[in-house]
Design a binder for this molecule. Structure first.
Ligand code: NDP
Length: 604
């Protein structure tokens, strides 16, 4: 039985929980323990060998070209928003000799790959879509669909003439530092050799799809694909949400209930004959009001508005009082509720977070009950974990799908599906015969960086990045590391955190452009952190992560807590950095000082 809870009764600090809070803590722990998996982030199967077809690019024909052998100033690995922003800022700073390499057939990163029906972004478009003032683009609504976001990425590329600087359908296989050349030497899947003075590794965080760690995926006799490579040829429809007319009469299974599955389900439910949703852990799903853009308002915005709006969002999220909540969405409401409770209160912040968190989750569990008519199904769809444990989802139709007679929730109660057979999915010991299985099982997030990048990265004296990061990442500012001169990474590690990932990328791009253009101006051959500066930064990031671990280590497993394996000893690799405004201000001050503090400079 779910514990009943009167949120207003939660006056006592969490150190002395009320019986209701204690019951809830027990319930959360019980649900977490069901889901802990010894294999952690390595539980998944990669799309390689017999499963390699799951990763094939369905969107672009094979590109035929001869291998190139070239020298450039900057090689950018990745043509998503990270690569696009880096290129834009470099060009602004006068560095034009750029090569962008991406395994995709065009720019756009995750928005190139993810074209499943219903795909959209649940971070507000006015802050998520970068460079709106520069491109003069007006988003159609508060939350933009994937096709629109992808078109915007292509627009940014066009604005900067980046097409001519890109090699698509090309994977960088290795990056090796040559001390004698003072260049990185890249080899690619096309037989290219590219020598670059600087490398920016903007590979993204959700680019390498993975499949569930179960047997039999390769034996299924029906059709199957991953949500990140949607097969419209099979389902019918398109990325603009035309009906999936080819699955009428078909039995469809979708494995996974994260953000992708939630957005795709309503489309499957409208067309599929029978739709089976295999759930390991329910997502929390809030409503998503999405008004169209008021053009009069948009046109009245003053220069500098986008940075100001994004900053307002980040400051609210980091608990800095603001006169106004410009973005006014689920994220800011959550933080503002905390602030309101914390005002004039001597209650510790952790207890306030708990109180607000419980209230928010109770309201989301009630939302399930209000929408889903069948009691047993509603119970199984309730999320039993803290609000920030998994990426919160927002959708107006998802829960209602479970009222459709053709949609069946197969709740595995934390166990996940058992296996795939020739005929379908075996779950809770029962075989569900299917015509098609869609794996909405997410992306590789927490494994070794080089594994996720699919590149061998060798710094000075043949030291690989995997060896250097054996005990966890080691960087200065999350961007540059010793023994890997002139190699800049854009990651979520040892830096700052935000649900607005393009906001983080904007800051990384600004910093990378500064480092590279200054090196050029000052005649610098190589830059890398001093041992002391890197060690101090790693220690600082470790302390920040450990201070924040409390919340996440108690969380149900998910990619945000490395599938439940987060602990003080792994804190170095946690994506729990500084609040964005703190990080951004620190880097801004660092750049303004102009001394490149903590960086060893070689001018030889
Ligand atoms: P997720 O990693 O969020 O979800 C994967 C799903 O697969 C989870 O429900 C997971 O269950 C389930 N799963 C994994 N293994 C098994 C198994 N063996 N049996 C059954 N189920 C299994 O992937 P998504 O593609 O949904 O989303 C990835 C991320 O992309 C999001 O979290 C978000 O950050 C981003 N995204 C953002 C969007 C936006 O609007 N901003 C839209 C779409 C994606 P469990 O929870 O138990 O691990």
């Amino acid at each position: 039985m779910a514990p009943s809870l009167e949120v207003e009764d939660l006056g006592a600090p969490a150190t002395k929980p009320t019986p209701e809070v204690k019951a809830l803590d027990d319930k959360y722990r019980e649900e977490r323990e069901k889901r802990l998996n010894k294999s952690g982030t390595s539980q998944f199967r990669e799309a390689k060998g017999k499963l390699a077809r799951f990763a094939i690019d369905p969107w672009t024909e094979e590109i035929v070209r001869d291998p190139v052998n070239e020298d450039v100033e900057v090689l950018i690995v990745g043509g998503g928003f990270g690569g696009l922003l880096a290129a834009t800022r470099l060009i602004d700073a006068g560095v034009d000799d750029i090569r962008i390499v991406d395994k995709a057939g065009d720019f756009g990163g995750v928005w190139y790959w993810n074209r499943y029906p219903g795909v959209e972004c649940d971070t507000e478009a006015y802050i998520y879509l970068p460079l709106l003032e520069e491109t003069k683009y007006v988003p159609t609504a508060k939350f933009a669909p994937g096709a629109e976001i992808h078109a915007h990425a292509l627009n940014i590329a066009k604005m900067n003439n980046l097409q001519a600087k890109a090699h698509f359908r090309t994977e960088v296989l290795s990056l090796t530092w040559s001390d004698s050349l003072a260049r990185w030497v890249a080899t690619t899947s096309r037989g290219d050799t590219i020598r670059a003075r600087f490398v920016i590794s903007a590979i993204g965080i959700l680019h390498k799809l993975h499949l569930p760690g179960i047997q039999g995926i390769e034996n299924f006799a029906g059709h199957s694909f991953h949500s990140g490579r949607w097969d419209f040829a099979y389902t019918g429809g398109d990325r603009f949400n035309a009906p999936l007319d080819k699955i009428r009469g078909k039995r469809i299974g979708i494995v996974g209930t994260g953000a992708s599955s939630i957005q795709a389900l309503p489309h499957l439910a409208r067309s599929g004959a029978e739709v089976y949703v295999f759930q390991r852990t329910p997502s929390s799903v809030d409503a998503k009001p999405n008004p169209p853009t008021d053009r009069t308002w948009f046109e009245s915005l003053q220069p500098g508005w986008q940075e100001h709006r994004a900053e307002n969002f980040e400051r609210i999220l980091s608990g800095q009082p603001q006169d106004i909540d410009l973005v006014n969405d689920g994220w800011t409401h959550f933080m503002l509720a905390m602030e309101a409770l914390g005002k004039d209160s001597s209650t510790p912040m952790d207890d306030i977070l708990k109180k607000v968190d419980i209230k928010a989750m109770e309201s989301l569990r009630s939302r399930v009950e209000e929408i889903v008519k069948d009691k047993k199904t509603a119970e199984a769809l309730k999320p039993w974990y803290g609000r920030l444990c998994k990426r919160p989802c927002f959708h107006n139709e998802y829960l209602d799908c479970f009222n459709y007679p053709n949609v069946h929730l197969i709740h595995t109660d934390g166990k996940g599906v058992d296996k795939v057979s020739e005929k379908g999915v075996v779950s809770n010991g029962k075989e569900f015969e299917l015509d098609c299985i869609i794996y909405a099982t997410g992306f590789d997030w927490g494994t070794d960086y080089s594994q996720r990048a699919n590149m061998t990265i060798k710094g000075r004296n043949g030291l690989t990045l995997t060896e250097k990061w054996e005990d966890g990442p080691s960087t200065l500012h999350g961007i540059i590391g010793r023994d890997f001169p002139n190699f800049l990474t854009f990651t979520h590690l040892q830096s700052s955190t935000s649900p607005n990932y393009t906001g983080l990328l904007s800051e990384r791009a600004k910093h990378a452009a500064y480092l590279i253009s200054e090196a050029k101006k000052r005649g610098i051959r190589t830059i890398e952190p001093t041992e002391e500066a890197e060690a101090a930064w790693v220690k600082r990031m470790e302390d920040v992560a450990i201070a924040r671990l409390g919340y996440f280590k108690e969380c149900t497993p998910g990619y945000l807590n490395s599938e439940g394996t987060l602990s003080p000893s792994t804190a170095r690799g946690a994506s729990l950095g500084l609040d964005s405004p703190v990080y951004n201000e620190m880097l801004d001050k660092w750049r303004k000082a102009g001394t490149m503090e903590g960086i060893e400079i070689d001018r030889k």
